[in-house]
Design a protein around this ligand. Structure first.
Ligand code: HGY
Ligand code: MN
Ligand code: MN
Length: 416
């Protein structure tokens, strides 16, 4: 057991649960794949709910499937809760820390405070938000977006997945189509503990990130249509090659981001060709574009440059280009008071911290629409995430959870 400072979370329990949850939802090649509202995610949800019940918390599931564990001792009832949390759905072939660390640390903090006999001035709750990753159903951060009123519940439940399923049907099928209206609890404040998923903290040998803002996100799906034709007999000048046009777009995005000398990033993560045959010129290419930048004007400029390039490539290659918007979130600034509290909690434990921008999207960016919110980061080894090699040292996991413990104790002690 790693103990820091005068109070500490139960490190064996936290790390044990992170590892146990990390074993749930492995596919037949042992990849971790707990896509939103899937059978494997149900297993993870069920295990999390069993831990909430063991901790004697009130368990509530809302209509978009967000799960809440609520501790509301007598004197705290009726007050706006201090909300903790993150997500337990994963990407494909995921690491075990992304999201799960924040959800399980939130539960760990509540259990530690309960065991210490701490009486909070307000309820403390931990949430596991539905579909943070957005891999099966776009947009990402969907459950917290609906919770914050940024997307209608029925509209979200009607979302068609990449596999043709309907989110609402899947939540019903796995038994997590709750009855509470999203937004049923107005948080007093929200703190999310998360692995950094980037290289900064490790590179700067700093154990804690006090996250003060989060970059803007633009997700689009592009479909390019040309003509299938014979790979051997069709002269280059006669081709309407959707595959080549798609490759030009990928190269454009990378060259532009690289030349921009700004934090702009661009990713084409999913792509499919039709008819997808070695000797047929692709008639159709469908792919996703993930553009991000901490500056809204620059992000808009990137989107405009992309749209202009798509028009040009349509002319040049004589193909038809259509675009579907999948997600668009502006950059978010977190609550300065909570960021300062995180820095102070780190300092009081003798830990260096660094103010940071989050490159990844998080539920905190959505809850920040309805309550003061901020995030705590801990280092990701090699900056690797969304990859089974994702790793954070136990000592950093425990330090992050103890900082969350101290910040929660401070806020939950205040009667205002
Ligand atoms: O896309 C993201 O940044 C997050 O992992 N959903
Ligand atoms: Mn995450
Ligand atoms: Mn993620």
């Amino acid at each position: 057991m790693i103990v820091l400072g005068n109070h500490s979370i139960n490190s064996d329990r936290l790390i044990g649960r992170i590892r146990e949850l990390g074993r749930i939802g492995r596919d037949d090649t042992s990849r971790l794949v707990r896509l939103a509202a899937s059978d494997s995610e149900k297993q993870g949800r069920d295990r999390f709910v069993s831990w909430l019940k063991d901790a004697d918390l009130d368990v509530v599931v809302d209509r978009i499937g967000n799960i809440f564990g609520i501790w509301a001792p007598e004197g705290a009832k009726g007050k706006e809760p201090l909300l903790l949390g993150s997500h337990i759905d994963t990407v494909i072939d995921a690491g075990i820390y992304d999201g799960c660390y924040g959800v399980l640390s939130g539960l760990e903090v509540i259990e530690t405070l309960k065991s210490e006999g701490f009486i909070p001035a307000r309820p403390i709750a931990v949430a596991a938000f539905t579909n943070e990753e957005g891999v099966r159903y776009a947009p990402d951060m969907m459950g917290s977006l609906v919770y914050a009123g940024g997307l209608g519940t029925d509209e979200a439940l009607a979302t068609i997945g990449t596999d043709g399923t309907v989110l609402g049907d899947e939540l019903k099928r796995i038994g997590y189509a709750g009855s509470e209206e999203p937004g049923f609890l107005k948080p007093h404040a929200y703190i999310e503990l998360h692995i950094e998923q980037g290289p900064v903290l490790e590179r700067e040998n700093t154990p804690v990130g006090a996250v003060e803002n989060l970059q803007g996100i633009s997700w689009q799906k592009v479909t390019i249509e040309g003509d299938a034709n014979h790979a051997g007999t069709t002269p280059i000048s006669m081709r309407r090659d959707a595959g080549y046009a798609a490759a030009r777009v990928i190269a454009f995005l990378r060259d532009r981001a690289k030349a921009s000398n700004t934090p702009t990033v661009a990713t084409v993560g999913r792509m499919s060709f039709e008819p997808n045959a070695i000797n047929v010129i692709p008639s159709r290419a469908a792919f996703t574009i993930d553009l991000r930048d901490p500056d809204e004007d620059r992000l808009k400029a990137e989107e405009l440059a992309l749209a202009t390039f798509l028009d040009a490539i349509a002319q040049e290659e004589n193909v038809r280009v259509s675009v579907e918007r999948l997600a668009r979130f502006e950059p978010v600034k977190f609550d300065a008071g909570i960021v300062e509290l995180i820095e102070k909690a780190a300092k009081d434990r003798g830990l260096a911290s660094k103010r940071m921008t989050s490159g990844a999207g998080h539920d905190a960016q959505m809850i920040a629409r309805i309550a003061p919110a901020a995030m705590i980061f801990v280092p990701s080894i090699g900056g690797i995430s969304h990859n089974p090699k994702e790793f954070t040292n136990d000592v950093d996991l425990v330090a992050g959870a103890n900082i969350l413990l101290d910040a929660v104790r401070e806020i939950a002690s205040r009667t205002d």
